[in-house]
Structures are given as C-alpha cells and as structure tokens.
Design a protein around this ligand. Structure first.
Ligand code: 3HC
Length: 303
C-alpha cells in the first residue's frame, strides 16, 4: 500500500540519476525504460566487449521503435544520450538508485552489493532485479539493508508493464512505496510482494513452463503443437517453448532450482530436457538456439 510519506517522518527521495549494473537482455531493457522516462542512466558492464553488446541492444531496441514510427530519430538520440556507458563501478558514486541485472548467482550478487555499498552515496537505494533469489540475503551483504529493495522487471522490459516491488523485513518505512512510485513514473504498474522465492509471477510461471518440458519429454505432443495449443487455446501471446526461449533457458533453469530448493515441490524440479539444453549452451534467443533456432531471419517460431 502507498502510505503517505509524511507518516514515515522523512523527506521523499528523488530519483534522477540511476545506475544499471549488467547490460544483458534485462539490464539493457531496464536502462532503456529509465532513459525513456527522462532519467539519467549510468550503464555498467564488466568489460568493453560486454559494454559494446549492451549499447548494441539499446540501439537495436530503440531502432525498432523508430522503425515502427513510435519514436522520432531525435527522441532516440536524446534517449541514448541520457545513458552513459562505463566499465568502472566507481562511476556510480553519485547515483540515487542502482539496479543490478547480473546473472542469478548469489555470491556474485552479494559481492556486487558489498561493492555498491562502499561506492554509492549513503542515501542511495540499491535495487536488485533478481528473478528468484532472496532479496534479504542480498541486502545482508551491505551495511544499509534497509535501503535494499527488489525491483523485478519482465522480459522484454520496455514492453511488459509490470514491476514487482519486493520489500524485506528490514526495509525502511515508505521505501517500497517510493519505489512503486518510481515504477509508475516509468509507465509501469507496480505490485508489492514479500521476499519469497519467485515472488508472484515466476512462482506461478515456472511450474507451468517446467511442466511443458516434462510433457514434451513424455511424448504427449510435439513442441509446436504444445505451443500452438497454449497460445490459441488460452489467448496467450506465446506458447511455453517460445516463452522459455525468450526468458532464457539458463534463467528458467536457475529459477526452477531455487523454487525447488525452497518448496521441495516436484513441479519445480527442473526437467532433464531443460538441464540438457542449458548444458549444451542452447539458451534460447540470446544464443540463437534453444527450443527453436533464430538464425538470420530464419526463426522457426510457429505463428
Ligand atoms: N520500447 C517500447 N515499445 C516497444 C519496444 C521498445 N523497446 N519494443 C517493442 N515495443 C512495442 C511494439 O511497438 C509493439 O507495440 P504495438 O503493438 O503497439 O505496435 C509491442 O511492443 C509488441 O512488439 P512486437 O510487435 O515486436 O512483438 P509482438 O507483438 O510479437 O509481441 C511480446 C512480443 C511483447 C514479447 C509478446 O509476444 C509477449 O508479450 N510475450 C510474452 C512475454 C512474457 O510473458 N514475458 C514475461 C516473461 S517472465 C520474465 O521476464 C520474468 C523473468 O524473471 C524470468
């Protein structure tokens, strides 16, 4: 609930400069969303090659919007001009909020948050875009756990309208409401969720996606027919295998693992097929192949 800030006894924060650490599919999309709403963005990647890929994501994503006539080239230039690209985390010292979108590995996240805690100004909010890991455990790696929050975007971030705002037992009064306000400023609809693996969306979604893999392995139906059935039978934008390829098979697998560890619910035990594809490096769209292939203009995705 949006409690009025005067009841929290402190001034509302303003978020004008935000840092985004990790410019993969999600991070680049999140940077685009912030910059589109007029915020200044500092995009951070580990090395020059990753930084160039992140910039490429942003240029092609905004380029598609221009090609559809939804944005002028001047607006695109202005949007991209609000994003600075760096390989130095130290450049985040002045950011009002930093959001992390690095791989779903707890040790990496905790090490990053300890570093952000050292670098960022005392008032800065540290946010994680984790899909399933404990926000509380990430917060505990810092000396400011009350200022750590989950801000979970959905893929593709510029298009999907939801943001899950995850508070912890130690979050500062009013901060979840402020972050929800920021999400609204970005044109998103926030929902507030407790810190349990998978939050709301992934907790429900991954059981379904994983089950689709189990059904495919059992020979119940084909990849294409399962996708067509769910898409047309339920009016969904995509069937489960197309969606798995979009989300990334590695991310899907990791979320299932976390959910299974927490719930011991067999629905979340990662399907062997999912594990094998991940081991083979077939991670979906981002690697050009997952359940489907995405060669130059030859995507074999069912209509
Ligand atoms: N900025 C703004 N708008 C953009 C954009 C951008 N960068 N890129 C695309 N759009 C707009 C397009 O202009 C288009 O708008 P229009 O319909 O008004 O013209 C709209 O978005 C759809 O774009 P496309 O026509 O290119 O694509 P489709 O109509 O084929 O839809 C899709 C693609 C939006 C991906 C749709 O298939 C979909 O919604 N799929 C389901 C995605 C989903 O479920 N995501 C959640 C996954 S779970 C997750 O992410 C959680 C994680 O933790 C695992």
């Amino acid at each position: 609930p949006d409690e009025p800030l005067w009841e929290t006894g402190r001034m509302a924060r303003t978020f004008e400069t935000v840092g985004v650490v990790g410019l993969g599919t999600m991070g680049a999309g999140i940077a685009e969303v912030f910059a589109r709403s007029g915020l200044n963005v500092i995009g951070v990647e580990a090395d020059d090659a990753a930084l160039a890929r992140g910039r490429g994501h942003l240029e092609s994503s905004t380029g598609k919007v221009v090609a559809r006539g939804r944005m002028s080239t001047q607006e695109q230039t202005a949007l991209l001009g609000r994003i600075s690209f760096t390989t130095s985390r130290e450049d985040l010292a002045g950011a009002d909020l930093v959001i992390e979108a690095i791989p779903e590995i707890m040790e990496y996240k905790r090490a990053l948050f300890a570093d952000l805690d050292r670098i960022c100004k005392p008032s800065a909010v540290l946010a994680t875009n984790t899909s399933s890991l404990s926000v509380t455990a990430i917060a505990a790696a810092t000396s400011r756990p009350a200022q750590v929050v989950g801000m979970h975007f959905f893929n593709p971030a510029p298009v999907m309208r939801l943001v899950e705002v995850i508070g912890t037992v130690v979050i500062e009064d009013g901060l979840a409401a402020e972050v929800a306000g920021l999400a609204r400023r970005l044109g998103k609809t926030p929902v507030t969720v407790g810190d349990r693996a998978g939050f709301v969306v992934n907790r429900l979604l991954l059981g379904y996606l994983n089950h689709a893999c189990v059904l495919l392995e059992s020979g119940l139906s084909s990849r294409d027919d399962i996708d067509v059935a769910m898409k047309l039978g339920l009016g969904l934008p995509m069937g489960p295998f197309t969606l798995l390829d979009l989300v990334g098979l590695d991310t899907s697998y990791e979320v299932c693992e976390v959910l299974f560890r927490e719930s011991r619910d067999r629905r979340h035990a990662p399907a062997p097929m999912l594990r094998e594809l991940v081991t083979a490096g077939l991670l979906g769209r981002k690697t050009g192949r997952g359940f489907y292939s995405y060669g130059e203009g030859t995507a074999t995705v069912p209509e």
